[in-house]
Design a protein around this ligand. Structure first.
Ligand code: PRX
Length: 656
């Protein structure tokens, strides 16, 4: 594990207050209000969450106990009965929101659709009835491998409606990665589309599903439900593959939401860790519903007239919590965009904001850095005056990017919420509440009420202000992950044992380094493990190494992240070859392609460095720290005395 060092931490003292107008109309209006709320939640978290659960959500049956905490396993709202699809749709139908836009969708080639809450209800019910007709029952896992079209959200809500946990796999993952996830989750059915648009090209999603399932690759999958999007030819296996538009003919649009136990599994979402294959992060129903609801409401400062746009893909947790569940539970209008900024259309995001009068815009630092490169004239030539609030997520934002976002996109009037959280946390954990907490560029500021975040050393002692340490959470929260699917032990090891519990106090270990400044503001520095972030996508170095060594030419591989101005990090792979292979440009290409095939384009190494040997300790451990310095073109500093063979390092240095 890397020990966080203070040199790598940002220092930034500028303070930006929300305008008086913003604060007056905000959900949480002042620092004092935030602090009162925070103290109240801290003094009695159960009472705090119970009050909100009662006020904000519909329950078929009230819980008996707010929290059952058997560390590290938590149950929230024990024996409560609830359905998140009901909370996201049905309860709005009896209000004026019935005919309000629930989902606005803009397609990549310029087509668009708007679904009101009443229309969304109809679609979701029909979709749920089709799933049932195909034999999906409560408790069956459904894989969703979809482009960014309304049916992706509809499929999720339909699963939630009938109690079938979904596992959404990002459409950029390869057939192999999809197969692994379907097998781990034991999925019974896969929802996909003939294809999806991605930067002026079509991603052949159905072909990838076929590949994942060929040779009985995922034996639990009985049916594939295919949504028509791109209209290109796909092969349909009789008996297994079905068109959604065929099966929905004449199907009932009546499908009451199933009362679910608060702790019934809502979804599994796979994410990379530092060891082994991706973990299936398990989220359950009641606590997740409440936490995503409250965070959306207070952090994005929702108003009923807002158009809210989060640019993530539904294949990631951000899409789950802040495109689908959080906004819809609040009865908001959520915008979904299929496209992505690209050379042929560098202003497309700003066009969408102008076209729909977007008020709240939530994106990633890597996108902001790309916009800076594309030039100010693109946003400057559009009307962005509808914007009221900006957000960022996924990686630390550098103060320059923050300032650009604030000035050029927000016109110096929109607060920026820099939100720190993870797939595992289910919802945003550290963030400004925009009407209450003044912001500092590069800091996620302060914890959400009810979140006892801290920065500690490996014994769990809080570190002094402005010193680097490990980011932890000291008390359970409603949307925390419940376990790693099928592997309680891995859950325990990965998150709860890095810092040993003491005096009944457990520490959720986030895997991030951070410091807290004298104002109590958190500055997240990035991962302390072997997880790297490329364009905000989280990848385990070991996953990429496994992909590389599965190629016949590769004897050994070590993957590290190299700082990259645009993408945050770039993947650098150090590779030694099997005896009869020699380095060549073709092999370089072939290995990169091999990783793409095994994992997906997001994992393509930026650089492959061939070497006769890798630097190792006498006990045979690869010294990644040295490789990281080499990849970054820095001097190798620190102790190298444990190196088995110094000449390996010298040689690698010469070759650079
Ligand atoms: O390292 C942190 C970084 O992203 C990790 C979580 O990745 P993932 O599970 O894919 O979820 C991303 C979207 C929630 C964290 O451990 N990270 C996320 N948000 C921030 C961040 N780092 C710094 N500042 C943030 N705002």
């Amino acid at each position: 594990m890397t020990v966080p060092t203070i040199e790598s931490i940002l220092h930034e003292n500028r303070l930006f207050h929300p305008t008086a107008e913003f604060a007056q109309q905000a959900q949480i209006k002042s620092l004092q209000d935030y602090e009162q709320l925070y103290e109240r939640a801290k003094a009695n978290p159960e009472a705090f969450w119970a009050e909100l659960a009662e006020q904000e959500l519909h329950w078929f049956q009230k819980w008996d106990k707010v929290l059952d905490w058997q560390p590290p396993f938590a149950k929230w709202f024990v024996d409560g009965k609830i359905n998140i699809s009901y909370n996201c749709i049905d309860r709005h139908l009896t209000t004026w929101r019935r005919n309000k836009a629930a989902l606005i969708w803009e397609g990549e080639p310029g087509d668009s659709r708007t679904l009101t809450y009443a229309q969304l209800h109809r679609e979701v019910c029909q979709f749920a009835n089709v799933l049932k007709q195909l034999g999906v029952q409560k408790g069956d896992v459904v894989g969703i491998y979809m482009p960014m079209i309304p049916e992706a959200a509809i499929a999720m809500l339909a699963c939630a409606r009938i109690g079938a946990p979904h596992t959404v796999v990002f459409g950029g993952f390869s057939a192999e990665a999809l197969r692994d996830r379907l097998n781990d989750g034991q999925a019974k059915l896969v929802v996909t589309a003939d294809g999806g648009w991605r930067k002026d090209a079509i991603v052949p999603l159905k072909d990838q599903v076929d590949k994942a399932l060929e040779d009985n690759g995922a034996p639990t999958v009985e049916n594939v439900l295919v949504v028509q999007r791109t209209q290109q030819r796909v092969s349909m296996e009789p008996g297994r593959d079905h068109w959604w538009h065929d099966l929905r003919q004449g199907i009932s649009s009546d499908c009451p939401a199933e009362p679910m136990d608060s702790e019934d599994m809502l979804f599994i979402l796979y994410t990379s860790g530092s060891t082994g294959k991706p973990k299936g992060v398990v989220h359950t129903t009641g606590g997740y519903n409440l936490y995503t609801h409250m965070t959306t409401k207070w952090i994005f400062d929702l108003r009923d007239t807002d158009v809210y746009w989060c640019t993530a893909d539904v294949g990631w947790i951000t899409g789950h919590s802040y495109i689908v569940y959080g906004p819809l539970s609040n009865g908001a209008t959520t915008l979904m965009y299929e496209g992505a900024p690209r050379a042929s259309n560098p202003g497309c995001f700003w066009d969408v904001i102008e076209k729909y009068g977007v008020n709240i815009f939530y994106t990633a630092p890597t996108a902001i850095r790309a916009f800076i490169k594309m030039g100010e004239h693109h946003p400057r030539s559009r009307d962005l005056s509808s914007l009221r609030l900006l957000g960022t997520v996924g990686e630390p934002i550098n103060p320059e990017a923050w300032m650009w976002y604030y000035r050029v996109i927000g016109g110096e009037r929109c607060p920026i919420v820099d939100t720190w959280w993870q797939t595992e946390t289910g919802g945003i954990m550290i963030t400004p509440l925009p009407g209450a907490i003044p912001t500092k560029p590069g800091s996620a500021t302060r914890p959400f009420p009810g979140i006892l975040a801290d920065v500690v050393d490996l014994e769990g002692n809080p570190v002094p202000d402005n010193e680097g340490g490990y980011l932890v959470v000291r008390y359970p929260w409603p949307s925390m992950m419940r376990t790693v699917y099928g592997d309680d032990d891995r859950f325990r090891r990965t998150y709860w044992e890095h810092i040993p519990p003491r005096d009944g106090q457990y520490f959720y270990f986030a895997g991030d380094g951070a410091r807290r400044d004298e104002d109590g503001y958190f500055w997240v520095m990035g991962r302390v493990d072997d997880v790297i972030s490329v364009s905000g996508h989280r990848l385990g170095t070991m996953e990429i190494e496994s992909a590389l060594v599965s190629h016949p030419a590769v004897a050994e591989a070590a993957v590290v992240g190299k700082p990259d101005e645009l993408r945050g990090e770039e993947i650098v792979a150090f590779v030694t070859l099997e005896g009869h292979y020699t380095p060549s440009e073709e092999l370089d290409k072939a290995l990169k392609q091999h990783v793409v095939q095994e994992i997906g384009a997001l994992a393509r190494p930026g650089q492959i460095r061939f070497s006769d040997a890798l630097p190792k300790t006498r006990s045979g451990k690869i010294m990644r720290r040295l490789l990281r310095s080499l990849a970054a073109g820095q001097d190798v500093v620190g102790d190298t005395s444990t190196l088995e063979d110094r000449s390996v390092l010298d040689k690698l240095r010469e070759e650079a």
